[in-house]
Design a protein around this ligand. Structure first.
Ligand SMILES: NC(=O)C1=CN([C@@H]2O[C@H](COP(=O)(O)OP(=O)(O)OC[C@H]3O[C@@H](n4cnc5c(N)ncnc54)[C@H](OP(=O)(O)O)[C@@H]3O)[C@@H](O)[C@H]2O)C=CC1
Ligand SMILES: O=C([O-])CC(=O)C(=O)O
Length: 253
């Protein structure tokens, strides 16, 4: 076999439909399935032998499903990135990916400018801050309920300031993005997070600011929430669709 034909036999055939398996059947998974269906791309939901396993379930699902997925599939995409605030969990998944030649994918989720932050982190970064603003309804069922009067708020109120690790530990359903910021930039313990309840907010807002040798970054995004879950943004589902479609695209963006 010539070197060229050997190389071409080794790479995945992107003309073959992508077989995906979804873990979780909530707001994000349903929206992703609907969008993929509506766009008519060559993606097949597969119960067995998937190429890609996509977690859109919850923190508890990440390690058990990740370990199985990384053994049998090419890639495992994680939505509940707050799981990575648990010491050692990400290391165990990375070890599994290395052992089996598979890959952990961290979709950009509800966030923008993650690519720029990750590129910027090749040179030293001085600071990274991330402010998450959501309407009071999105903070129901979280510790915010005990710290502030969510029903009686008349103005935007910051109820948490701390590290990305602590934000993800305390707010698993609202601060997955804090971990994405941290992984792209300066880590869970140096990334500063502010969490805000704003009675005037109509969606979920993120402001990411970073300084370093690359220059400065200041990104704001106002996301529509998913109707089925006000804690989760539409962009999270869209980012998953993008990463899924990119697996087979001739032009990946
Ligand atoms: N990375 C990011 O930017 C973002 C990440 N997220 C995260 O993505 C995940 C999915 O969000 P969303 O769809 O809105 O959440 P939903 O609550 O709408 O849906 C979660 C689904 O996962 C199922 N589920 C929960 N735990 C497990 C488990 N251990 N194993 C298998 N299935 C499980 C639930 O089943 P049942 O109903 O039976 O409990 C439900 O079907 C959440 O963890 C959320 O925090 C959300 C927004 C942004
Ligand atoms: O959807 C969002 O805006 C962010 C979110 O819930 C999360 O990171 O968990």
């Amino acid at each position: 076999m010539s070197l060229l034909s050997h190389l071409s036999a080794a790479r995945p055939d992107r003309r073959r439909p992508l077989r995906i398996a979804l873990v979780g059947w909530g707001a994000i998974a349903r929206r992703v399935t609907h969008l993929l269906d509506a766009r008519g791309r060559d993606v097949v939901l597969a119960g067995v032998e998937p190429d890609m396993v996509i977690e859109a379930a919850g923190r508890a699902a990440v390690e058990p499903w990740g370990l199985v997925a990384l053994r049998y599939a090419e890639s495992f995409a994680v939505s509940s990135t707050s799981a990575f605030c648990e010491a050692g969990l990400l290391d165990r998944l990375v070890a599994a990916a290395e052992a089996h030649g598979s890959q952990i994918l961290v979709p950009t989720g509800a966030l923008a400018a993650v690519d720029a932050l990750a590129a910027a982190s090749i040179l030293p970064l001085d600071s990274v801050t991330h402010r998450i603003v959501k309407p009071p309804v999105a903070w129901i069922g979280t510790p915010a309920e005990e710290w502030i009067d969510l029903d009686g708020l008349t103005e935007a109120t910051t109820f948490f300031e701390g590290t990305a690790r602590e934000a993800a530990r305390l707010f698993p359903a609202n601060a997955n993005v804090a971990v994405i910021t941290a992984l792209a930039g300066i880590g869970l313990d140096r990334t500063r997070i502010a969490l805000v309840a704003d009675p005037r907010a109509t969606g979920n807002g993120h402001r990411l600011q970073a300084t370093g040798a690359f220059g400065t970054l200041d990104m704001s995004i106002e996301n529509q929430a998913l109707p089925a879950n006000p804690k989760s943004s539409e962009l999270t589902a869209l980012a998953l669709v993008r990463i899924i479609e990119n697996q087979r695209a001739a032009l990946a963006l």
